[in-house]
Write a protein that binds this ligand. Structure first.
Ligand code: SAM
Length: 236
C-alpha cells in the first residue's frame, strides 16, 4: 500500500531525486514465531485483535541502529493531536521521522508508553489502518521539503500558509458555457491580478472559515480589503 502511494507523482519524483527518503518496514519482519504474528486477543476480552507491542519496539530499535535515532516516533491514532498545516511544517523541519501504523482494534497501550514520542490523528473518523493516515502525513510534510515541489512559490501561496485559503484558479478555456474567467485575469495587469487574488482569498476565507482570520498574517492592504468585505456583508 505504502509503496504504491508514495512512488507516484510529486513524491515519486522527489524519491527518485533523493530529496526525501522513505523506508517502509513490515512489522512481520520483527516477529520471532513461525507464523510471524503481529496481533493477539485483547486482555479482558471483547471483539477484534490488538497489535502486539514488541514488533513495534523491535522495528524502531532496528531503525535506530540502521539509520540513527528518529527525531520523532509518531503513532498514527484517531486519539492523537489533530494533523494540520502547522504540524506538517513542524515535522518537515525534522531530519528523520518514524510513523507507526496500527490495524485491527488498535495497538497495545505500551506502544504509546514506550515506543511512540507522540500521536497524530488525521481527523475525527476511524480508518481501518494507519497506512492511509501515514501517507497523508508523508505527502503533506514532503511538500515543505525544499526542492520537492518544483516551484516553491506554489507552496507559499497555498491555503493555510498565511492562515488564509488560496485564491481561485482558472485555466483555458476562457469560458465554459456561461462561466467566464474573470476579466482581470486576462488583462495582463499584474498589480490588478495580485489585488484580485488577495481579495478573493480573503473573501473565500471570510465566507467559509472566518475563524482562520483571527490567526492569519494580514498586511495593511489585507486589513483594508477585509474591512471593506465585512462592511459589504453587513450591508453598509
Ligand atoms: N479502536 C481504535 C480507537 O477507537 O481509537 C481505532 C483503531 S483503528 C480501526 C486501527 C488503526 O488505524 C489505528 O491504530 C491507527 O493506526 C489507524 N487510524 C484509524 N483512524 C485514524 C485517524 N483518524 N488518524 C490516524 N490514524 C488512524
Amino acid at each position: 500500500m505504502m509503496d504504491v502511494m508514495v512512488r507516484e507523482g510529486v513524491l515519486g519524483r522527489a524519491l527518485e531525486r533523493e530529496i526525501v527518503q522513505i523506508g517502509v518496514h513490515d512489522l512481520r519482519d520483527y516477529t520471532s514465531d513461525r507464523h510471524r504474528t503481529v496481533d493477539d486477543a485483547p486482555y479482558g476480552g471483547g471483539p477484534g485483535m490488538v497489535m502486539k507491542a514488541e514488533p513495534f519496539a523491535d522495528a524502531v530499535a532496528a531503525i535506530r541502529s540502521r539509520f540513527g535515532p528518529p527525531d520523532a516516533v509518531v503513532l498514527m491514532s484517531p486519539q492523537g493531536r489533530s494533523f494540520s498545516h502547522g504540524e506538517a511544517l513542524r515535522l518537515s523541519r525534522l531530519r528523520h521521522v518514524t510513523l507507526l501504523c496500527g490495524r485491527y482494534e488498535g495497538v497495545d497501550e505500551r506502544v504509546r508508553e514506550l515506543v511512540a514520542t507522540e500521536e497524530i490523528s488525521i481527523g475525527d473518523y476511524v480508518l481501518t489502518g494507519g497506512e492511509l493516515p501515514a501517507a497523508v502525513v508523508v505527502d503533506a510534510v514532503a511538500r515543505f521539503v525544499p526542492g520537492v515541489v518544483g516551484d516553491a512559490r506554489s507552496v507559499d501561496d497555498d491555503s493555510f500558509v498565511r492562515g488564509l485559503f488560496d485564491h481561485p484558479h482558472f485555466t483555458r478555456p476562457a469560458a465554459i458555457e456561461s462561466h467566464a474567467v474573470p476579466d482581470v485575469l486576462l488583462s495582463g495587469h499584474h498589480g490588478e491580478i495580485r489585488r484580485w487574488r488577495k481579495r478573493e482569498a480573503l473573501k473565500r476565507t471570510l465566507a467559509r472559515r472566518p475563524d482562520l482570520l483571527d490567526a492569519a498574517a494580514l498586511d495593511g492592504e489585507d486589513q483594508v480589503i477585509l474591512e471593506e468585505l465585512k462592511n459589504r456583508v453587513r450591508g453598509e
